[in-house]
Design a protein around this ligand. Structure first.
Ligand SMILES: [Fe+2]
Length: 342
C-alpha cells in the first residue's frame, strides 16, 4: 500500500464541498493536526454509503488536533486534544508548508475553495424530529426485507431483543481483567478485538461478520493521571456496541454530540466530572471505522478485590469517559435519593 503520509506528519483537512454522503466533519475542515495513527485501506464512506462495497479504497489515518486549533475563540485548555479519522483524499500536507496546494490558494484569496466552515451536509441536524427520516427508511427497508422473505418479523424481533440486552457487562469484564492482569492489559492495548474474545466478546457475532459499523477497528483508550479520554460520534451515534450494548439516549442527542467536541471540560462538569487542569482531556470522535472504549483508572481502595468484584464498579459511563469508577458505585446499587416502586 502506498501512503502519502506517515506518523508525525502535519496535515490539513481539505475544505471542499461534499455532495451526498461524507463522514468528514465540518468542524475539522481547514484545520491542521498531526497524524498519530495509521489504519488499513478501507472503502471510503462516500462509496460505502451507496452499497459500493467494492468501491474506492484508501488508507485511513487518525489525526490529533489541538482543541485550540479547532476552536480558537473558545478559550479551551492548551493541553486538550481531539482525535478523529480521515481517508487519505481528505488530507493535504499542512497548507502553510506547501505553496500551490488548495489551502495555500484558498488562503491567498482563491474563492473557488470555501474557507467557511458551514457545511450543513456534514453536521448532525440541530433539531431532530421524533420520527427521523432514518427511522422511516429503516422501517421501509425492514418491511421490504420481510416481504421478500430475507428474514421474518419474528427473526427481527428476536435479534432486537437480544441486542437490547447486550448491556455493558462485556466492557466491564474487559476493564476488570485489564486492572487485575497487566499482561492482559498489554494484549488489550495492542489488539483490542482479540483481547475482547478472551472475555467472551466476539465482535464478529452474531452474524459472523459483525455489523459494518462495529467490528472494523477498536481502540481502547487508557486513562492515566495525565490523560482523560472521552468518546463521541458527532455524525450519528457510533458506539462500541459489542462491549457496551445500545448507547444511552443522551449519547445520541445533538446536545452531547455537538458540545463535547467543543467544550469538553464544561460538558464533563455537567456530568459531575471535574477534570484537573493539568490533565489533558482527549475527545475521540468516532466518525469513520474505529470504535473506542475508555479504560478508566483503577480506583484506590480496591487492592485484593476479585476480578468479579472489580467488574461491578466498571459502569457504562466510566467506559464512555463521562464518569470515573468509585468503590462505592455499582450499576446495581441505587444512587442516593432514588426510590424503587414495587
Ligand atoms: Fe456515528
Amino acid at each position: 500500500m502506498n501512503r502519502k503520509f506517515k506518523i508525525g506528519d502535519k496535515v490539513t483537512v481539505r475544505d471542499v464541498p461534499s455532495l451526498f454522503h461524507t463522514r468528514t466533519q465540518g468542524y475539522t475542515r481547514g484545520h491542521t493536526g498531526e497524524i498519530v495513527g495509521l489504519r488499513p485501506e478501507w472503502v471510503i464512506p462516500e462509496d460505502e454509503a451507496w452499497g459500493r462495497y467494492e468501491g474506492r479504497r484508501e488508507p485511513f489515518y487518525m489525526v490529533r488536533f489541538k482543541q485550540r486549533e479547532l476552536w480558537p475563540d473558545d478559550g479551551g485548555a492548551e493541553i486538550d486534544m481531539l482525535e478523529t479519522e480521515f481517508s487519505e483524499s481528505w488530507l493535504e500536507p499542512q497548507f502553510s508548508e506547501v505553496p500551490g496546494t488548495r489551502f495555500a490558494d484558498a488562503r491567498a484569496g482563491d474563492n473557488s475553495v470555501s474557507d467557511s466552515h458551514e457545511h450543513e451536509d456534514a453536521h448532525a441536524p440541530i433539531e431532530e424530529a421524533e420520527t427521523s427520516e432514518f427511522d422511516i427508511l429503516e422501517t421501509a427497508i425492514r418491511e421490504l426485507c420481510i416481504s421478500k422473505g430475507l428474514f421474518s418479523a419474528d427473526d427481527h424481533r428476536r435479534f432486537m431483543e437480544w441486542y437490547d440486552h447486550i448491556g455493558p457487562m462485556g466492557g466491564s469484564r474487559v476493564v476488570a481483567r485489564a486492572w487485575a492482569d497487566p499482561q492482559y492489559k498489554t494484549r488489550l492495548l495492542a489488539d483490542s478485538i482479540a483481547a475482547c474474545k478472551e472475555v467472551g466478546v466476539d465482535w464478529m457475532q452474531p452474524t459472523g461478520q459483525g455489523t459494518p459499523s462495529d467490528f472494523t477497528w477498536l481502540v481502547v483508550c487508557e486513562n492515566t493521571p495525565q490523560l482523560h479520554n472521552v468518546i463521541v460520534c458527532t455524525l450519528c451515534s457510533c458506539y462500541p456496541r459489542p462491549l457496551l450494548g445500545p448507547s444511552p439516549a443522551w449519547y445520541e442527542r445533538p446536545s452531547y454530540r455537538r458540545r463535547i467536541v467543543r467544550w469538553p471540560r464544561q460538558v464533563l462538569a455537567e456530568f459531575g466530572l471535574i477534570v484537573p487542569p493539568d490533565t489533558e482531556v482527549r475527545v475521540h470522535d468516532s466518525n469513520q471505522k474505529t470504535r473506542y472504549m475508555v479504560l478508566p483508572m483503577r480506583p484506590s481502595g480496591t487492592d485484593g478485590w476479585s476480578e468479579k468484584r472489580l467488574t461491578s464498579i466498571v459502569t457504562r459511563d466510566t467506559m464512555i469517559g463521562v464518569a470515573v469508577p468509585r468503590i462505592d458505585w455499582t450499576t446495581s446499587s441505587a444512587p442516593p435519593g432514588a426510590t424503587r416502586s414495587a
